[in-house]
Ligand binder design. Sequence first.
Ligand SMILES: Cc1cc2nc3c(=O)[nH]c(=O)nc-3n(C[C@H](O)[C@H](O)[C@H](O)COP(=O)(O)OP(=O)(O)OC[C@H]3O[C@@H](n4cnc5c(N)ncnc54)[C@H](O)[C@@H]3O)c2cc1C
Length: 324
Amino acid sequence: MANILVYALHYDGAINKNSIGAVSEAARLAAEIGGEAHAIVVGDVPDDLAASLGAYGAAKVLRAAGPEGLAQPVVDAMATAIDAGGYGYALFGGGLLGFEVGAGLAARLGAGVAMEVTAVRAEGGKLVAERPILGDSAISEISFRSPVGIVIARLNAFEIKETGGSAPVEDLVVQYSDFSTKASMVQRGEQRGADVDIEGADILVAGGRGLGAAEGFELCNNLASAFGGTAAVAATRAVVDAGWFPYAGQIGQTGKTVAPKLYLAAGISGAIQHKVGMQNAENIVAINKDANAPIFEFSDLGIVGDLNKILPKLTEAVKAKKGG
Ligand SMILES: Cc1cc2nc3c(=O)[nH]c(=O)nc-3n(C[C@H](O)[C@H](O)[C@H](O)COP(=O)(O)OP(=O)(O)OC[C@H]3O[C@@H](n4cnc5c(N)ncnc54)[C@H](O)[C@@H]3O)c2cc1C
């Protein structure tokens, strides 16, 4: 029997949404391969919160006392559960911690790992993971020869499906390794920029890889400040993945969906996954140095040129107009 074990991250008395998506997906897949989806939580998790994962398809929730939010203790806990037998796969919803725990678990178990996975399917009683490659222009398919396969998804790749019910909670005794408990969590908080109300903004100045570096966002910030009011800065996934901008500002399929009065896209190519998050903007203005960039196909106004020259001029023009 190949059960699927899912790590469910929790913070501030709630289970992480991305982890809930992974539990839903594991339940769907487990049903297809004749196993069960189990979730594992680490730390101080009340019975009702742990049991609530049953509403998303977890047949059982393992709860390990210990430090939450750091990778190595979670690796210890998951390895303990998997070593006890019955698991064919470990599934993670993604995110930095998911990547860290998944990679650590793969090393600990000598297991095969698929990262940045956007879809998983069951085939012949086994799981096959799909991972976009070559700048997302092709999909590679990954199956596992190791006894345990580890699947780490891209953030928000899996949909939450609520089916109702609650799961039995089983306490798991974990012998933490010395090195796993050397670090401790001092403070946890929201990511920088999480308070920006992207969805409520009338004007969004969005930046993409064409900004060249995180510092390039200064140009977007300046323009948004010149607009004033509810203008805010947003981003593509490429720059969020590169660490140039917080995830809270990501627009698109795996980010937020917005419909501002004006969406100004600077250095954004206009990939379909970005388009689905902003195509309902009333006015779309794009600045791109490539006249053939796909974004021009759905822009109301296109400016072909270097954003490093155009954004400062636009900022000055907006300031002049506001002042006048
Ligand atoms: C399952 C899945 C989900 C995804 N979800 C999302 C999502 O939610 N949101 C999202 O945005 N993407 C998403 N993506 C990624 C998406 O496919 C693209 O890779 C991404 O949107 C590209 O970001 P970009 O436009 O910033 O970068 P690029 O595609 O690299 O485009 C950069 C653009 O900048 C232009 N440029 C370069 N220098 C300058 C300059 N000096 N002046 C003017 N223009 C310049 C270039 O001509 C180019 O068009 C997803 C992909 C997958 C597979």
